[in-house]
Design a binder for this molecule. Structure first.
Ligand code: SF4
Ligand code: FES
Length: 369
């Protein structure tokens, strides 16, 4: 792999805001969230979308926080559609209703990815920290279909809801989802603080994998089920974001351009702002995007590993969060010198889980910048 001019990104993740009415303990956003006053305004996002389309971006993922807190969402979606980008709204759904979904469909929205915390209302609302949220989500799922939009239901699974996985899949079927994503929690940002409360046991994971395989057989040709084994139990790490600076570009609410949602926390890297630099220049020339692109940066065991252009050495942010050094092999890899850290965490999952730590705790509110 060389340092030639990179291929353009396929997708832009536009994090419109960090504001969110939910308080999921597994939130992958940073511990310190961006304030509303620091968010890019409508004009800036429109310029960013224009630059993204010119760069070659085909898919726009509108994300957050909760992107529907933005009053300009339909304007932004309309602009993306006019630029020919396929738009996906990643949402908790609790602020949506039939009229707003219809307006978004008319603006050109293509797809909604709706997250569900569980299939039992009480547990779902407890995990999301939002009373009544689950009932709204069920209504919104039906409204998405009624508006003619493609629907993916995203179930976030962990040790405190995995036993209900077959019922979650059945619920997704009932709601008319074309795709069901079973997403094991990834431990970034706030979610890492709650790892011991969320990491499943090996027995739970094996039962879940069996349930997914059975559902895939049963629903073949009707519903696609995406399922990724959680990092901590995989022998090899995921190709995070399809490789650093290879497929996906993220823009934070305040306008910082990143190769992934968690990169802003990596020390020693300067991520340019879209307020100051065009997207194409950032993608092609910013040293922070080149830092872990390809394989030149790798040390052993990745450097000589036959998987290096498959998983691209795993996740730089996970390497940093667990070892303090983003250039080390992702400890999720069984070949990594630091793999014992991951094994210790999975061994600890046999103990009773501690309580969740919510963002609403006063201590953490004081940390919000
Ligand atoms: Fe991937 Fe590196 Fe592990 Fe090889 S050693 S499988 S390249 S993380
Ligand atoms: Fe940043 Fe994986 S989340 S590289």
């Amino acid at each position: 792999m060389t340092r030639d001019r990179p291929e353009p990104p396929l997708a832009l993740v536009a994090e419109l805001t960090h504001r969110c009415p939910l308080q999921c303990p597994y939130c992958a956003n940073p511990v310190a969230l961006a304030r509303a006053s620091s968010e890019l305004d409508t004009e800036s996002w429109l310029r960013v979308f224009d630059e993204a389309a010119s760069l070659g971006v085909l898919h726009l993922h509108v994300s957050g926080g909760e992107p529907t807190v933005r009053g300009d969402l339909a304007t932004l979606v309309r602009a993306a559609a006019a630029l020919g980008m396929y738009s996906n709204l990643i949402t908790s759904g609790v602020l949506l209703d039939a009229a707003r979904l219809q307006a978004l469909a008319e603006a050109g929205l293509d797809h909604v990815q709706l997250s569900l915390q569980d299939m039992e209302p009480g547990d779902a609302d407890r995990i999301g920290g939002f009373a009544g949220g689950h009932a709204v989500k069920l209504a919104v799922a039906r409204q998405v279909r009624a508006a003619g939009l493609a629907l993916t239901l995203n179930f976030v699974v962990h040790r405190q809801n995995l036993e209900r996985l077959p019922a979650m899949i059945a619920l997704g079927e009932t709601l008319g989802a074309g795709r069901i994503e079973i997403a094991h929690v990834q431990y970034y940002g706030w979610g890492l603080l709650n790892r011991d409360a969320l990491l499943p046991t090996r027995a739970q994971l094996d039962a879940a994998t069996t349930a997914v395989e059975a559902a895939r057989m049963r629903l073949r040709g009707q519903v696609v089920i995406d399922y990724v084994v959680p990092d901590y139990y995989a022998a090899r790490p995921k190709a995070c974001m399809g490789g650093w600076g290879r497929r996906i570009m993220t823009v934070t609410p305040a306008g910082r351009a990143l190769p992934c949602h968690a990169a802003e926390g990596l020390p020693g890297l300067v991520f340019p702002s879209v307020r100051e630099m065009p997207l194409a220049a950032i993608w092609q020339d910013a040293p922070a995007f080149a830092r872990f692109r390809g394989t030149d940066w790798m040390a052993e065991p990745c450097r000589s590993c036959d998987q290096r252009e498959i998983d691209w050495g795993g996740c730089r942010c996970q390497a940093f969060l667990l070892t303090g050094d983003a250039a080390r092999t992702d400890p999720a890899c069984a070949k990594a010198p630091d793999h014992a850290m991951v094994l210790a965490a999975t061994a600890a999952s046999a103990a009773a889980p501690p309580s969740y730590v919510y963002r609403g705790d006063r201590r953490t509110r004081e940390n919000v910048r």
